[in-house]
Design a protein. Structure first.
Length: 616
């Protein structure tokens, strides 16, 4: 008996007829084979025709053959087909583009870039679409490799070809932020100010403006354009059996993340997982973090009751797994940050879904109803610009880790810091630096003789641009000291060499602020109108130093200068932190965990009381 596939499969032409078969007829035959679920037969058809035909269009058939072989996982054969196409038609752009992707999948960065360059530098130029494909993929690869100037140059060429590419605009703005290349929206081609605004990513916007309306707009646009909406009803076949309240009344909490390792979120949450009260809560993680033997990764895994890997699992199936586990509270630790999977949340696999830590601001995700916060980071005037409702913790929104490993205290000379100088520092990522804030830092240095500013330099271009800014402001280059990236324990230890941490604005320090205060180094911040621009202020209130929170750039500068000129006052702040910081509400991690657990219980009880059906 024939199968349905065999019955529906079209018969191919006799081999003898291959030489006279036209390319359109070949493509039609191959297309029908593919539609019948027989891609291998379609590939064989192309192979046979190419061997028999003398058509001048054999390079097109070779290209199609290569794409079929690629879908069949035959990478080497696919590459050979593309190269055969190029032998027949040198410079054939589609074959060059796909050959570049073959190199990319193998990790052959330079070979992929060289192949794509043959497209966008070709004379005569191929189609605009082909050039854009080559330019944009090359720029993406260069950005990943941290070759930022080369990447930016190709983005500019792409935008000069076509202005309205919001994906490219997004990366162009952020790559300039990473390089401290101000202004971030340096004009290019016909890109308009409105296109620059609409093309700005949420992460970039958080570092550019403390206007909550703009952050909401950016989040909503991303969700509308990029986050797939669930279709149909979540299939809950084989749901977790109903629990007997007398035997197990524990609330099941699921944490959703791809950052449960040595990442800001993974560094902050390890003790949260460890301290959850197992008599009242059962702790699950649903994650797609890259597996490794990192100590932080292994510590987190050990702290969980259940761990479900979602790597390679589609969003709907992931939501089904969460629902089948009977999760009561699903905590999204990633929001719209890099690598996030917001599509999972849209299925509403848990009756309570909230965001925490990963995205310090509104996500505009329909599947997220709540956000853990405190009354400083999420004041009443911010609420109209947040799609989530706040769940207020009494003291501070941020949980941290009291088990951070610290290296021995280094010498100032180890890092090129002058003895006796007042050391300002900022170990935030360079993309958080703005022209306005960096200019303020330079004015602070000018007003405090002999002081230095100790910074991270994420890349050589950022370092050069910061030094150029110092030159323009008349500040000696020697007063900017650049710190290399080091292991976490050494990174923590060197905070003690600084006198005062200068926070960034509007993208405040979060984990970095916690690290500084844990090590006894005060941080000066400026609080704005958004969650992310109020993070460090929340920490300072919780640690007992609200006077280090300013509300304007002028006040920020004034206080930084005053502290730099009165080192005895800074020494007093350090003594206070040494004596009281680790016993303050900021670092009372057991209490913060209990506060979080109380919030979870209240949400679950309210949901159960309403007995609302699960929305799918």
């Amino acid at each position: 008996m024939h199968t349905i596939t065999e019955q529906s499969a079209p018969a191919g032409p006799p081999v003898a007829d291959m030489a006279t078969l036209s390319l359109p007829a070949l493509m039609d035959q191959a297309g029908r084979l593919q539609a019948a679920g027989q891609p291998a037969q379609a590939a064989k058809l192309y192979e046979t025709w190419i061997a028999a035909s003398t058509s001048q269009l054999r390079h097109v058939a070779c290209f199609n053959w290569g794409t079929l072989l690629s879908t069949l996982g035959q990478e080497a054969a696919s590459e050979a087909a593309y190269r055969q196409a190029l032998d027949l038609a040198p410079g054939f752009a589609p074959a060059l583009l796909n050959l570049g992707h073959v190199h990319e999948r193998r990790g052959e960065t330079d070979a992929a870039l060289a192949t794509w360059r043959q497209v966008f530098d070709a004379e005569p130029a191929p189609s605009t679409e082909h050039r854009l494909h080559a330019l944009n993929n090359s720029a993406r690869m260069l950005e990943t490799a941290k070759r930022f100037p080369e990447s930016e140059a190709l983005m500019r060429r792409s935008l000069e070809l076509r202005a309205g590419q919001f994906d490219v605009i997004q990366h162009y703005i952020h790559i300039r932020q990473k390089q401290c290349a101000w202004p971030h929206d340096l004009p290019v081609g016909e890109v308009t100010p409105n296109q620059f605004l609409l093309g700005t990513s949420l992460l970039a916007m958080m570092g550019l403006s403390d206007d909550p309306a703009l952050q909401l707009l950016t989040a909503q646009r991303f969700v509308h354009e990029r986050v797939a909406k669930p279709t149909g009803v979540l299939p809950l076949h084989g749901q977790a059996p109903a629990r007997d309240p007398d035997k197990d009344a524990r609330i099941r909490v699921g944490y959703l993340s791809g950052d449960l390792h040595t990442h800001a979120v993974g560094l902050l949450t390890a003790e949260l997982f460890e301290l959850h009260d197992r008599s009242r809560f059962e702790i699950w993680a649903f994650d797609w973090t890259v597996e490794s033997q990192q100590p932080q990764r292994q510590r987190i895994l050990k702290a969980l009751d259940h761990h479900v890997r979602l790597a390679g699992v589609d969003d709907q199936t992931a939501a089904k797994l969460i629902a089948q586990a009977g999760i009561d509270v699903l905590v999204d630790l990633q929001g719209l940050t890099s690598g996030a999977r917001p599509g999972i949340l849209g299925w509403r696999a848990a009756p309570v879904q909230l965001s925490y830590l990963g995205l310090p601001g509104t996500s505009a995700l329909p599947g997220v109803d709540w956000m853990l916060a405190d009354r400083f980071v999420m004041p009443p005037e911010l609420l109209p610009y947040c799609t989530e409702r706040p769940v207020y913790l009494p003291h501070c929104f941020q949980v941290s880790d009291r088990q951070r490993q610290v290296a021995p205290l280094p010498l100032r000379s180890t890092y090129g810091l002058p003895e006796g100088a007042f050391v300002y520092c900022s170990f935030n990522n360079n993309h958080k630096f703005t022209a306005e804030m960096f200019a303020a830092w330079l004015r602070i240095l000018q007003a405090v003789p002999g002081s230095v500013l100790w910074l991270l330099a994420d890349n050589d271009t950022a370092r050069a641009n910061m030094l150029n800014a110092a030159d323009a402001a008349g500040v000696a280059r020697s007063r900017l000291v650049f710190a290399p990236r080091v292991a976490p324990a050494e990174y923590l230890a060197r905070f003690q060499l600084a006198d005062l941490v200068l926070d960034t604005f509007p993208y405040n320090a979060g984990t970095t602020a916690s690290d500084a205060l844990w090590m006894g180094t005060p941080i000066l911040t400026r609080a704005g109108r958004t969650y992310i621009s109020r993070m460090a202020g929340s920490l300072l209130h919780a640690v007992g130093l609200p006077d280090l929170v300013t509300d304007s750039l002028a006040d920020y500068e004034r206080l930084a200068i005053t502290l730099g000129r009165t080192p005895a006052r800074v020494a007093s702040l350090k003594r206070y932190l040494a004596e009281h910081a680790r016993t303050s509400p900021l670092f009372d991690v057991p209490q913060i965990v209990r506060d979080i657990e109380s919030a979870f219980e209240d949400l679950v009880q309210a949901t159960r009381a309403r007995a609302l059906p699960r929305l799918c």
